[in-house]
Design a protein around this ligand. Structure first.
Ligand code: SF4
Ligand code: SF4
Length: 450
């Protein structure tokens, strides 16, 4: 039986790289490592221009009291500068620029944990995961140690998100096929850390080969089960995943732990395992480089901070000029304007798409009230209404109709016959509502402090 959620859409898959084994790229000559690798406070650089660094060495740190993750060098070489640059989400980040010496020397602090993990306290496991700078690698980049803490005493189910429901991306699919052992070992550590009694490894049914492989590895393990999901977008959204597997609904503003669940991406689980088995912090990841403009679409294992242009070169370059470079999937990813932008711990793919994938409507967008967006919305909103309120600058009603519950999956816009950019309107509403809430909070605090 394949589990699923209400609403959602079937998108063209374009998973052309699902049979492409992961290739480790040659060490890039330079990496630009962002100090904002996760949600929360940015790390402050602890190295300076001219310093020599090695793989796994701490280069940016965050105070223990703040939400955030330490950052480590992904290459050995020399720090040539600390700059401000625009990164994948469009914001300006401080980046540590490191020129590689090609030696790939590993820092002395990187040592495997040789003891028995079962004898480590929960606090010690969480401390090590934080120190390794592990963040969610599925896109949201929530610090893993903080997610574990939020689930302690609440989580009944640990869910491993292997839905990979965005078109084109196959990095997690390959991870399950090539290194399921690391994923499973990471799940066991995370079960111990969160206290959850059982885990579900949730895989969409278009990856039956990976599910079979993982199932085989789990023979005799009754507390970790593979659950097949129907291939549908946005199956990987946390709310949809929880509903599909447990039937529980998560209200807007609530965390998965409030529904007795904690969710980790497959790559995050493997990174947790490596932090113990090798002592290696999160300094590299596998990502998919694809799209109709890339000569050889591939799955690549890359040091964090490698630039998109270097990765395109590793795929044989371009066959035609792309209209769009997207970091992440085509549904929820972000368009980039600089091919020299550095990849982050959360960058799951780079897509180079021609105009065929980003056709603009020939006629002005107009809602024909077909109701398709309502049927497709997994959050059961009325997207057309919210968009029309935003068009009239009526943010009050946009909020009343649930704009803040929108997970920005794009299912409403995907096959709107009127070509209305619904999700863009909803983003405008959400930004407005957040800004207004912050303004009111500041005004309230100012009057209280008078
Ligand atoms: S899918 Fe498009 S045309 Fe149909 S109701 Fe929604 S906004 Fe209007
Ligand atoms: S309104 Fe939001 S949650 Fe609903 S389909 Fe559109 S983007 Fe997805």
């Amino acid at each position: 039986m394949a589990y699923t959620f209400k609403g959602g859409i079937h998108v063209e898959e374009h998973k052309h790289t699902s049979k492409c084994e992961t290739v480790t790229v040659p060490t890039p000559p330079v990496v630009k490592i962002s100090m904002n690798q996760s949600i929360g406070a940015p790390a402050a650089p602890v190295v300076k221009k001219g310093d020599s660094v090695k793989i796994g060495q701490l280069i940016g740190d965050v105070p223990e009291s703040a939400l955030g993750c330490p950052v480590h060098s992904s290459v050995s070489g020399t720090v040539t500068g600390i700059e401000e640059t625009r990164v994948t989400d469009g914001s300006i980040h401080k980046v540590v620029v490191i020129e590689s010496d090609g030696e790939n020397a590993v820092h002395e602090s990187v040592t495997p944990f040789t003891g028995n993990i079962a004898e480590l306290s929960r606090d010690e496991i969480i401390r090590r995961i934080r120190a390794a700078g592990i963040t969610g690698m599925g896109g949201a980049a929530f610090p893993t140690y903080a997610k574990i803490k939020s689930a302690v005493g609440k989580a009944e189910y640990l869910i491993v998100n292997c839905a990979e429901c965005e078109p084109f991306i196959t990095a997690d699919h390959r991870l399950l096929l090539e290194d399921a052992d690391s994923v499973i070992a990471g799940v066991k550590i995370l079960l111990r850390a969160t206290g959850a009694p059982q885990a579900y490894i949730a895989i969409e049914d278009n990856k039956a080969d990976a599910a079979k492989k993982v199932q085989k590895k789990l023979r005799g393990v009754d507390f970790i089960t593979v659950k097949m999901l129907k291939t549908k977008y946005p199956q990987g959204d946390e709310r949809q995943l929880i509903f599909a597997l447990t039937g529980r609904e998560l209200a807007a503003g609530k965390l998965p732990a409030d529904a007795g669940c904690v969710i980790f991406n497959a790559a995050t689980c493997a990174a947790v395992y490596r932090a113990f088995a090798e002592g290696m912090p999160l300094v590299r990841r596998t990502l998919t480089v694809s799209g109709d403009c890339v000569k050889t679409p591939s799955n690549l294992s890359v040091p964090v901070g490698t630039t998109a242009s270097y990765l395109i070169e590793q795929c044989g370059g371009l066959t035609k000029t792309p209209e769009k470079l997207i970091a992440g999937g085509p549904m929820m990813g972000q368009a980039q304007w600089d091919p020299d932008m550095p990849t982050k711990k959360s960058t799951s793919s780079l897509l180079l798409l021609s105009a065929d994938y980003s056709k603009k409507p020939a006629t002005p967008a107009v809602c024909i009230r077909c109701g398709r967006c309502v049927k497709n919305c997994p959050m059961r909103l009325m997207p057309a209404y919210i968009a029309s309120f935003v068009q009239k600058d009526d943010m009050e009603n946009a909020e009343k109709y649930g704009a803040m519950s929108c997970v920005e999956c794009g299912s409403c816009s995907y096959n709107c016959p009127g070509k209305v950019e619904i999700v863009q309107y909803i983003r405008v509403a959400k930004n407005h509502i957040r800004t207004e809430a912050a303004r009111m909070k500041a005004a309230r605090e100012a009057s209280e402090n008078k």
